[in-house]
Design a protein around this ligand. Structure first.
Ligand SMILES: Cc1ncc(COP(=O)(O)O)c(C=O)c1O
Length: 377
């Protein structure tokens, strides 16, 4: 792999080369599509297709639209986050040519950082809870990152993966200043700012300026806060809603001001027990806690009836879109995101025994695809 460090970074329109570290603020991405050929991986992040979800639209009498974020080069919406954080770090002189990226992540942000890092000449070390899907852990390893799996503990525990990542970067910088950059996706608001500058305007443009509501889950909160701000700036009447998985405390926080969580979810990468800097102050009008037996069947239906194979969190988002459509009534346009692909969670999402154990309905077609094999075969 080439590790040239002097190549220009290209903004989303693929037309404005920028040297790493040069003081040109990465804040004005183009709302026009990039031109082909694309010069590098960064120029392929974003500008995802906007899909019309046929069944959800028919069910509600609304136009339910979704950005196909699983089509980003690293396979998730977090490629956008990774690019925004990287550009900001370079702009602020925090990431030097050939430097080391350090991050704590449930997986997708790490994959984005590692792949963009490979393209731009950076190495990466990723701290990740060992409870995440095998598919994501493997994807991270083959993306070139050094993966450090750590026990899944609450954020208040000093061994939480985000604290371990920060400590590791601090230790390296203590020995050699500016040798490592801690991306800090949860509390680095360059994350939210990038979504405000890119994802939000793209959504507005893709929907022809007809957006009545936007809904999605929050992990760091960067997507919801950034897109929410961008859409409200264009039309303050746009309704911004949070679809929160069971086991997360964010919906309760929006509805009651108290961080209270109940239940649990097989979804990954979303939900939180605390208010991150990216989530703080997000312009959220409505919030729901969505149980798995509502969201997971929607991912199964989307695959079986419309051909889109998306992850469990996208089911949470579609459930949120249906709830928001019912709240606003027929005739409205609701937008959400399909954050990553179902193949990243195959051993859970499409595994009948696992689903049954979790009390999640198994559709007939899925049970037929994976029949129980007689013992001894
Ligand atoms: C898998 C996944 N990761 C992350 C997010 C949102 O990320 P964040 O709040 O960190 O921007 C979503 C939102 O739907 C998601 O589905």
């Amino acid at each position: 792999m080439t590790t040239t460090t002097t190549q220009p970074i290209v903004t989303l329109d693929g037309q404005q080369p920028r040297q790493p570290g040069l003081p040109s603020a990465p804040t004005s991405p183009s709302e026009t599509h990039p031109t082909n050929p694309r010069p590098d991986l960064a120029a392929t992040v974003g500008h995802t297709p906007m899909l019309r979800l046929r069944e959800a639209s028919a069910l509600t009498g609304c136009e339910i639209l979704a950005k196909a974020e699983f089509l980003n080069p690293g396979g998730s919406i977090k490629d956008r986050t990774a690019l925004g954080l990287l550009l900001d770090a370079e702009h602020r002189g925090l990431l030097r040519p050939g430097g080391l990226i350090v991050e704590g992540t449930a997986g997708n942000t790490g994959i984005g950082l590692a792949l963009l890092g490979a393209s731009l000449g950076y190495r990466s070390v990723i701290f990740m809870p060992q409870t995440q899907s095998r598919e994501k852990i493997d994807a991270l390893r083959i993306s070139g990152a050094e993966v450090r799996l750590v026990p899944a503990v609450p954020y208040r525990d000093p061994d939480h993966y985000a604290h371990q990542a920060r400590r590791y970067a601090d230790e390296l910088n203590g020995v050699a200043p500016l040798s490592a950059w801690f991306a800090d996706q949860f509390d680095n608001t360059a994350n939210r700012d990038w979504h405000e500058a890119t994802t939000g305007p793209e959504i507005w443009q893709d929907a022809g300026g007809r957006v009545d509501g936007f809904v999605c889950a929050a992990g760091t909160g960067g997507t919801l806060a950034g897109v929410g701000r961008a859409l409200k700036a264009r039309n303050p009447a746009v309704c911004i809603a949070l679809a929160d998985p069971a086991g997360s405390a964010l919906a309760s926080y929006i509805n009651t001001g108290e961080l209270v969580a109940s239940g649990n979810s097989i979804s990954e990468g979303i939900g939180s027990s605390r208010i991150t800097a990216n989530f703080d102050g997000a312009p959220i009008d409505l919030a729901w806690s969505i149980p798995d037996d509502e969201s997971v069947p929607l991912t199964h239906q989307l695959l079986h009836q419309e051909g889109w194979c998306v992850g469990g969190s996208s089911g949470v988002n579609i459930a949120g879109a249906i709830r928001l459509a019912r709240k606003l009534g027929p005739g409205h346009t609701i937008v959400t995101v399909l954050a990553d692909a179902g193949t990243r969670y195959q051993a859970k999402l499409f595994n009948p025994p696992f689903l049954r154990e979790k009390g999640i309905p198994v559709p007939e077609w899925l049970a037929r695809a994976f029949p129980v094999e007689p013992a001894g075969t």
